[in-house]
Design a protein. Structure first.
Length: 55
């Protein structure tokens, strides 16, 4: 949680895309905690992107 506060304190416009990405990823992980099936789907998509088969 400390890194989030540190990044939020950076006033640079160049930090904004990273802040948005970090917020998005955090939101997605909280959703996965509530619904573990989402984490399973994300893992499956990651494997497919890396070239692994569906099996």
């Amino acid at each position: 949680m400390g890194i989030l506060r540190l990044i939020q304190s950076i006033p640079s416009p160049k930090a904004e895309p990273f802040k948005r990405w970090l917020a998005k990823v955090g939101y997605e992980r909280l959703e996965e905690i509530e619904n573990p099936e989402l984490a399973s789907k994300r893992m499956h998509e990651t494997y497919k992107q890396k070239g692994y088969s569906d099996a």
